[in-house]
Ligand binder design. Structure first.
Ligand SMILES: [Fe+2]
Length: 895
């Protein structure tokens, strides 16, 4: 596999150690530099002259030294123009230059380090990896190797995969790098610690300064514009969504701060807009090379997910936004005056497109050429829901089932108080009392039970999109081709354990000189009321689709996780065990969030142009953050309790009694939660055997303080933040973060095409007022004569629907290199036998969960996941094949 090239170090190299440590060259020279600052500023380097006699002896006498070989594995740069292919950019550079290495003793900071020159040894053809080799003589009293310093002499940055040291008395030592190392033109050497984890207080003497210095490096100084090669993690507000310099209409409020509380994002330091000092300039997208906003270099996915690449490609495809690009590439048709068969045609015949090559790159396999006429058509794959039952979207039982086992299982709540009442200011929004009265509900539940008794028995549930949406109704209605209501939907839990929707209330606040308008719609056996019910349902689904995308998905997973990533890199050393526990859960999240800011949640992006809050979408998510988000409620058990879907019960499985026993998301989710919690418990207890170690861990305390007071600083005064004093506190906090990045995200992400791909099931917006709201005679006549067209007019336009379908397909796709929770062990975990065993137990639990979920889906008694034409609930099955599978739980939020 390798060329048998022996590497000898014959030439002297300059020191690369920036600290006070002296170093011992591999050929026996000893150098000492005078510099005590841990800040990596270069100081004068003074060669001390003659080699101490004991060092010479050490090198000459093999009895007191070990010959050690270091093999460095490097992955070549990716050429972004080869669509994920890997190329070695500069062969001459690769073979003529070297890597300088310096071994650092863990035990003593005054121990001379040992330097070596690693030359290329060979190429692993299969993985296109390059290996370098250096040899060292390591004195036996050198002690354990604690770190390696690396200087890249090449002209290009290099991606170091790992360094393996062979020949030490302790056996092979692997240093997992997985990091870009920049050319050493102006940068200081990189520090790579071994895979052994240490709490700060247990850090060996020889590594303490390096540990601190590396954290200082990663924090930066909060100044200047970040460059692509930087590795600096810092915070900023969301002030880069708008583009006021391009068009005043594209100005958006700053999210983050008192007026619009929001989590923080990664600071890029880009210049501010000429027309609005509060806004940051957009990243220009004028190049064929993908451009995304700055993220620290190692946050960019090395093994580029195909899907990420697609988004990058779209972003960079030309200098217009993704939104505009997509629109310009779809031939314009409206659903108006057409039948629903036209929607089905998207799957049977497809929609005519203008630029086949573009679409082929975006959705390979979906583009077909009709040879006779030379036209290209984009034909979508039928979502699994549609394949199994073409009418699934039309049925009420499926509508309610999806609140428990669909794409947004996070909104359904128990009704605990009656009558329903708004908390909004009646002076502005009109009378707060709901029009859903006791009489209406009792009529619908057939006299079986009184409302009072139904509430007592926990039989009434609600999708409550009233108070959150109502303040936006007037503003959204001023936008083109759209409308909005506040809504409440009531469900009754049947004796069979399924939900039945029994009432929908739509509300418009006082506006344009008209008083508040609200109406209750009920299921009926009369055609007029039946169609009105369908129309009301379309509005509720648009609210649910908007809430799902902006709150359950974007805000509560992608956006709220970014501060955890930043704080972890700024406050926890890479050798901290909690850093190593969290690291796989944060992979590529900052990158996908940056791309989302660039192309999805930006002004006039896909979300604004296609989802119900329109241009107020992100502001709406800020309101949800302000009014609803609590860290403690992000834990699944507490979330369920907060929504009245569970109560604590020490005798029940998971310690919880579910209000709806067959609640597929909760049933599978709690099993997954427990598996994660056990793994985290085993891990934390191993590194914190003594309770007091948590409180005395200064890195950990700084990490948690920064998350609470900076990353989520707009919520810093909330009383619900968990304290962090004991291992138990730490286990709950870490389990919550791991759940959000894995189970929570998977539950709301990977079913997007399955449930949203056939858009009548989840219209992302509703474009027309319901037929009974102040209709003209003509409008009412149109509804009576063509109710189906009234529904089609309410649905998203063909352009809106097609671009949402395209993006949902991309976002629902697992790439071939997806990293599933518990599938592959992290190298640092493997090295500790206790952690290795705990991980194997965790993996076993997840494998078991696969079988449990399959068995549940096969059980006809579980009527919310098993039935004719029903898609089984698999979103929390841990593993998956690549593609749109509707299952699989990755470690991290990377799409
Ligand atoms: Fe996502």
């Amino acid at each position: 596999m390798f060329n048998p090239v022996l590497v000898h170090q014959t030439r002297s190299i300059r020191t690369i150690l920036p600290l006070s440590k002296p170093f011992l060259h591999g050929n026996g020279n000893v150098f000492r530099q005078i510099q005590s600052s841990p800040s990596f500023k270069k100081g004068p380097k003074i060669r001390l002259g003659s080699v101490p006699s004991n060092s010479v002896k050490a090198m000459a006498d093999t009895a007191v030294s070990n010959g050690v070989t270091a093999v460095v594995t490097v992955r070549p740069p990716i050429n972004p123009l080869t669509a994920g292919g890997q190329v070695i950019d500069d062969v001459e550079d690769l073979f003529s230059k070297s890597l300088q290495l310096e071994l650092v003793s863990a035990k003593d900071e005054n121990k001379p380090t040992i330097s070596g020159n690693a030359k290329i040894k060979g190429v692993v053809v299969k993985d296109c990896e390059v290996q370098y080799e250096a040899e060292f003589q390591v004195p036996v009293d050198f002690g354990e190797i604690g770190a390696i310093l690396v200087v890249n002499e090449h002209a290009l940055e290099m991606y170091l995969k790992d360094i393996v040291l062979d020949g030490l008395p302790s056996g092979l030592v692997t240093i997992t790098c997985e990091s870009w190392v920049q050319p050493n033109t102006s940068k200081d050497p990189r520090i790579f610690f071994t895979n052994k984890s240490y709490l700060p207080s247990k850090t060996p003497n020889g590594l303490q300064k390096l540990r601190y210095a590396e954290l200082v490096n990663l924090r930066g100084n909060g100044e200047g514009e970040r460059q692509k090669a930087d590795r600096i993690y810092d915070y900023d507000v969301y002030n880069d969504l708008g583009d006021p310099d391009e068009d005043e209409e594209l100005k958006r409020p700053v999210l983050g701060g008192k007026q619009h509380p929001y989590p923080r994002r990664c600071r890029t330091g880009r210049p501010h807009c000429k027309t609005d000092e509060a806004s940051e300039e957009r990243v220009p997208s004028k190049s064929l090379i993908p451009i995304s906003p700055y993220v620290p270099r190692d946050e960019e996915s090395r093994r580029l997910k195909e899907t990420t690449f697609v988004i990058k490609g779209i972003v960079s495809d030309s200098c217009v936004s993704l939104n505009t690009k997509l629109e310009s590439r779809i031939c314009r048709h409206r659903w108006v005056s057409q039948t629903s068969q036209k929607i089905d045609k998207l799957f049977r015949e497809g929609v005519k497109i203008k630029d086949a090559e573009f679409w082929k790159s975006l959705l390979p396999g979906f583009v077909e050429e009709i040879k006779d006429i030379g036209d290209f058509f984009l034909r979508f794959t039928s979502p699994e829901t549609f394949k199994r039952d073409r009418f699934f979207w039309f049925r009420d039982e499926e509508f309610s089932r999806q609140t428990l086992a669909g794409l947004n299982p996070y909104s359904i709540r128990l009704i605990a108080e009656w009558p329903l009442k708004s908390t909004l200011d009646p002076e502005i929004y009109g009378p707060p009392e709901s029009a859903i009265t006791t009489e209406l509900i009792e009529k619908e539940i057939g006299g079986m039970i009184s409302v009072e008794e139904a509430i007592k028995q926990k039989k009434l549930f609600i999708l409550d999109y009233h108070d959150l949406f109502l303040p936006y109704v007037e503003k959204v209605r001023q936008l083109k081709s759209t409308t909005l209501y506040g809504s409440r939907t009531i469900f009754f839990l049947t004796p069979a354990g399924t939900l039945r929707p029994i009432a929908i209330e739509l509300t418009r606040p006082p506006m344009n000189g008209k008083p508040q308008w609200k109406q209750v719609f009920l299921p009926s056996w009369h055609s007029t009321e039946c169609w009105l019910w369908k129309l009301a349902k379309a509005h509720v689904l648009a609210h649910d689709a908007g809430y799902h995308q902006l709150v359950s998905h974007w805000l509560n997973t992608h956006c709220c996780t970014e501060p955890y990533v930043i704080a972890t890199n700024r406050q926890l050393s890479v050798m901290h065990p909690i850093y190593r526990l969290l690291d796989p859960h944060f992979r590529y999240t900052m990158e996908i969030n940056g791309l989302a800011r660039q192309a999805l949640v930006n002004a006039d992006g896909i979300i604004e142009s296609s989802f119900s809050p329109g241009k107020y979408s992100m502001e709406f998510s800020s309101v949800a953050y302000d009014k609803q988000w609590r860290f403690d409620h992000e834990a699944l058990p507490k979330d369920l309790i907060s929504r009245g879907l569970a109560v604590e019960d020490p005798s029940a499985p998971h310690g919880l009694k579910l209000t709806i026993e067959d609640y597929p998301f909760a049933n599978d989710g709690l099993d997954l939660w427990d598996a994660i919690k056990q793994w985290v418990t085993d891990y934390v207890n191993h590194y914190y055997p003594d309770k007091s170690l948590v409180e005395s861990d200064e890195e950990l305390q700084a990490w948690w303080t920064e998350i609470r007071t900076v990353g989520h600083g707009d919520k810093k005064h909330e009383p619900w933040w968990p304290v962090l004093k004991t291992p138990k506190d730490l286990i709950e906090i870490i389990t919550t973060i791991v759940w959000v990045t894995s189970g929570h995200h998977a539950a709301v992400n990977f079913g997007q095409y399955t449930y949203g791909g056939y858009f009548p099931n989840r219209p992302t917006t509703a474009r027309c007022n319901i037929a009974t709201e102040d209709p003209s005679d003509e409008q009412w006549k149109f509804f009576l004569e063509k109710p189906e067209n009234a529904l089609l007019n309410t649905f998203p336009s063909q352009i809106q629907a097609t671009k949402v379908m395209a993006i949902l397909d991309v976002l629902s796709t697992h790439s071939p290199d997806e990293e599933y929770l518990g599938k592959e062990i992290e190298p640092a975990w493997r090295e500790d036998p206790v952690i290795n065993a705990a991980f194997e137990k965790f993996r076993g639990k997840l494998m078991e969960l696969e079988g449990i979920i399959d068995a549940r889906n096969a059980d006809p008694k579980l009527r919310n996941r098993n039935g004719a034409g029903m898609v089984p609930y698999e979103l929390l099955k841990p593993f998956s094949e690549p593609g749109v599978t509707g299952k699989g739980v990755p470690y991290s939020i990377s799409i």
